[in-house]
Write a protein that binds this ligand. Structure first.
Ligand SMILES: N=c1c2ncn([C@@H]3O[C@H](COP(=O)(O)OP(=O)(O)OP(=O)(O)O)[C@@H](O)[C@H]3O)c2ncn1[C@@H]1O[C@H](COP(=O)(O)O)[C@@H](O)[C@H]1O
Length: 102
């Protein structure tokens, strides 16, 4: 499954019955709760990174990516919006690199 597929599934849960899915339940609690969960998962990932626990960090990073996308969906920001922002930064850094070389 790609991040795009997971994001599409999360988007679909915005209109799903909260009883049918954990994601739908979380989204139904509102953007503030989604942001709070993202923060909790980010802290758990930080703890694993500081400990140097690779398996723990891998698992927590998956939680962070999932909860980041739930938070974005809750505020009507798409994964495509975020990827476009990253691409524009990459293009900018390419321009800066070329300027530095010339
Ligand atoms: N990737 C995930 C995913 N990662 C984490 N989680 C859920 O996130 C929750 C976070 O863990 P916590 O320990 O904080 O949960 P909790 O203690 O039960 O929650 P709180 O009581 O603290 O609110 C867990 O209940 C996990 O099931 C996820 N839930 C769903 N997905 C994917 O999202 C898609 C939609 O799933 P449904 O939610 O089943 O529709 C599917 O592709 C799933 O694989």
């Amino acid at each position: 499954m790609t991040l795009n597929d997971l994001f599409d599934t999360i988007q679909a849960r915005k209109v799903a019955d909260p009883k049918s899915s954990w994601t739908a339940q979380l989204l139904a609690k509102g953007p503030e709760k989604c942001a709070e969960k993202f923060g909790e998962e980010a802290i758990e990932a930080i703890i694993e990174a500081v400990k140097g626990d690779k398996a723990g960090l891998t698992s927590e990073a998956a939680d962070v990516l999932y909860h980041l996308m739930v938070m974005l969906a809750a505020r009507d920001v798409t994964l495509a919006d975020v990827l476009a922002e990253l691409e524009s930064r990459q293009a900018q850094s390419g321009i800066a690199e070329k300027a530095a070389r010339s």
